[in-house]
Design a protein around this ligand. Structure first.
Ligand code: PMP
Length: 349
């Protein structure tokens, strides 16, 4: 830290992203990326781009992509906000809507507490139930910014749309943000509720089900007033926050919806296969509707499994937080990748 850093950031504990090792090739099951490449049409669109156009700024309104997203999700262009990955949107949302404090689960996406600290927002951390599910009634009437990943991460467990609706209706004077980063792997989206409730913001990403983590593209859907608030912050920080190539590929991705549906179905099938195989090995696996599973085996240390798999060239994610330290989060890759994972795991246990 330099002596110039603003004192208000001195004790900030930054988010630790999952490892992105550059030293060797791992079977990479640690950051919930898709094991599949972008659709052939998307790659073709990229190849056809005139790279010389990179001298020009991107469209700050992201109009073409917004229109395509609006059509895909059955909303209007004014209901869409586009950003440089969904982390960017979460940052803006905490900044914009956290004045009366924020509430989120104790076990959830590790970035939420970081954004709260960054923007000096008082946090109510709500424990998950014993079985790692969320009790929606814990969030009723809090009237704070409520942030819930649905499905939750790293558990993979989801609330139903009507459970979410009960949270939204009981917090009419605050924003409820539903982070649907993993919704395409068997969950049900709450986007239709955004037409009924002006306090619901649904956040989604291209990083998981659309195979574009490296392109950095996220979007949010909500009432036009909420979107205007996010725009106010975007235009006050970085108006060109999505680059030209990513905008174009984002549109091409929507045009290839069938390809991505097929890949999500493959991941769901491989998730069921991996769960069955882990259960045969004596693991307890939480019921997941995401592209990862959260699993533990009694009597075997979660950190040990993580370390031993890494030595054998397989990366998974281990969290040291007391309540979940016995568990590991395993991204669902291809069937072949999961077979390597299972084979190495058998060696270890
Ligand atoms: N929300 C959740 C729950 C996540 O797990 C992630 C991925 N780390 C994100 C949001 C952010 O994804 P991105 O910025 O790549 O869109």
């Amino acid at each position: 830290m330099s002596r110039f850093l603003n004192g208000k950031f001195a004790s900030l504990e930054a988010y630790t992203p999952g490892e992105q090792p550059q030293d060797m090739q791992y079977v990479k099951l640690n950051t919930n990326e898709s094991p599949y490449p972008p659709a052939p049409q998307v790659l073709k669109t990229l190849a056809e781009q005139d790279i010389a156009d990179l001298r020009l700024y991107s469209d700050p309104d992201c109009a073409v992509l917004k229109r395509a997203l609006a059509e895909t999700y059955g909303v209007e262009k004014e209901n869409i906000f586009v950003s440089n990955g969904s982390d960017d949107i979460l940052n803006f949302a905490f900044m914009a809507f956290g004045e009366n404090g924020a509430a989120y689960p104790d076990i959830s996406y590790g970035f939420y507490p970081v954004f709260a600290r960054l923007h000096n927002i008082e946090s109510t951390v709500v424990p998950l139930k014993e079985d790692f599910s969320i009790d929606p009634t814990d969030y009723h009437g809090l009237n704070k910014l409520i942030v819930i990943a649905n499905p939750n991460a790293p558990t993979g467990m989801a609330l139903t749309v009507s459970q979410v609706e009960s949270i939204v209706t009981s917090n009419q004077d605050s924003v409820v943000l539903i982070d649907e980063a993993y919704v395409d792997f068997g969950g049900t989206s709450c986007v239709p509720l955004t037409k009924k409730y002006d306090n619901l913001l649904v956040v989604m990403t291209y990083s998981k089900s659309r195979s574009m983590a490296g392109a950095r593209l996220g979007f949010a859907i909500g009432s036009s007033r909420l979107i205007q608030d996010l725009d106010l912050l975007k235009y006050s920080t970085n108006p060109y926050n999505v680059n030209r190539l990513t905008l174009t590929l984002g549109k091409a991705t929507l045009d290839a919806a069938d390809y991505y549906r097929e890949k999500c179905a493959a991941i769901i099938e491989t998730r069921a296969y991996t769960t069955r195989e882990l259960e045969k090995l004596g693991f307890a696996v939480l019921p997941s509707t995401a592209n990862f599973i959260f699993a533990k085996k009694d009597g075997v240390d979660g950190g040990y499994i993580y370390e031993q798999l890494k030595k054998r060239g397989v990366l998974i994610r281990h969290f040291t937080k007391q309540r979940i330290k016995d568990y590991n989060r395993i991204t669902i890759g291809t069937k072949e990748q999961m077979d390597v994972f299972l084979e190495k795991l058998k060696e270890i246990i």
